[in-house]
Ligand binder design. Structure first.
Ligand code: GTP
Ligand code: MG
Length: 194
């Protein structure tokens, strides 16, 4: 599978032409979005990862094969970023979700050790209203025992019942748990075979 960085955009004028289905990856800052994209695409440094939350400030587009774009969205809810900057990121993400005609699904990434945040819940509401399928993923599963991870999956499924189309995928960028399951859901929604 050929994977290429296409562009970083700070606004709609920088978005590439919408000529293929795309899957966006969203979540709280530091949740593990960039790592998850790298794990899915088998690239170590495609999407930048860091210990410094709030690193992804622009919308990054990647071509996965010829058929699909992957889109790394800026993280929300990072407390140490000034409110004005956070507002402008939120605005950028909201604009993207509103206007992108080829958006096939959004993978909503939540650190399995944390509770879904207000940002996660707002995003799930927005997707439901827009009729865009959400694929929930609980990542960093390697930080919990198998039993605890399964419990957390059940708890999140129950607490977000009317917002989640399916139970979350339990995922880890470290062990690659959940990678095939997540690809399965992405392929179904973008109807490409890989
Ligand atoms: P921003 O772009 O800054 O919002 O962060 P992000 O959501 O893209 O997170 P990123 O992938 O940069 O990961 C944040 C930190 O969590 C890094 O130190 C990663 O190494 C670590 N991390 C991400 N995924 C996993 C995982 O599955 N397991 C473990 N143990 N650590 C992870
Ligand atoms: Mg990132």
């Amino acid at each position: 599978m050929d994977v290429k960085f296409i562009t970083s955009a700070g606004g709609p004028s920088g978005f590439p032409i919408a000529d293929r289905p795309e899957v966006a990856f969203a979540g709280r800052s530091n949740a593990g979005k960039s790592s998850l994209i790298n794990t899915l695409t088998n690239r170590k440094k495609l999407a930048r990862t860091s210990g410094t939350p709030g690193r992804t400030r622009l919308i990054n587009f990647f071509a996965v094969g010829e058929e699909v774009y992957f889109v790394d969205l800026p993280g929300y809810g990072f407390a140490r970023v000034p409110v004005s900057v956070r507002k402008s990121w939120m605005h950028l993400v909201e604009t993207y979700l509103e206007i992108r005609p080829t958006l096939a699904a959004v993978v909503v990434i939540i650190d399995i050790r944390r509770e879904p945040s207000k940002g996660d819940i707002d995003l799930l509401h927005r997707l439901k209203m827009r009729g865009i399928p959400a694929i929930p993923a609980l990542t960093k599963s390697d930080k919990l025992s198998r039993g605890k991870a399964a419990e957390k999956r059940t708890a999140v499924t129950r607490s977000l019942l009317e917002l989640l189309p399916l139970p979350p995928v339990v995922f880890s960028s470290k062990t690659r748990e959940g990678r095939d399951e997540l690809w399965g859901q992405i392929n179904k929604l973008t109807s490409t075979d890989r």
